[in-house]
Design a protein around this ligand. Sequence first.
Ligand code: HEM
Length: 199
Amino acid sequence: MALSGLFLIVFLLVHLSINLLLLSDDQSLFNEASHFMATNPLILIMQYVLALGFAVHILSGVALTVQNQLARPKSYANNKPSENSSIESRTMIVSGILVLLFLVLHMRNFFYHIKFGHVPEGGDYMLVSDLFDIWYYTMIYVASFVILGFHLNHGFQSAFQSVGANNKTWAPFWKKLGTIYSVAVAGGFSIIALYLFFN
Ligand code: HEM
């Protein structure tokens, strides 16, 4: 779970870096980067690794949740979860399922279109920019980025704890870095969507 999570954390940074080109006035920059990502043989192989990364992460997330339920089917008589855990940590399966739903929509909007559908004149830039002309898509995407941010905020530090890179000294550091990372990812993707909507 942790290793696939760390892999997806790196993927999101790469994806965000490429998408930041959408903020440039020169639309060919994003089109060229997107074309490179869709045609470079090494990256095409990475797409299978990425799909595997998502599959492993989702399946182990579901398995972990079921395991936790089976370990304690009857809840504690006196339980105040808010006193010893964050809301993010207790709702990882919910935020995870919502991110998965977003991903299905996202694959339909872009990946499927680019691979099998029709890309408008103006290339991938125009495909993205046309989608964010529609207010409800912009809203769904931004809401999904916020949920993704909550998921990452707990997931980031939790991954480092699971791989054993956590102790009294390092725990506050991973927590802080996780928050910076989640705000940057959720904020970065949201700024792109909102920028395209308002322009
Ligand atoms: C402003 C936000 C986003 C935009 C404009 C965007 C745009 C795109 C585009 C155009 C593609 C197709 C790339 C190609 O095949 O050439 C793509 C693929 C993909 N996106 Fe996004 N994306 C955004 C956010 C996200 C987020 C938050 C996630 C994950 C939670 C994500 C996951 C993926 C995945 C898994 C693929 C397929 C893999 C790939 O083609 O490399 N995207 N995205």
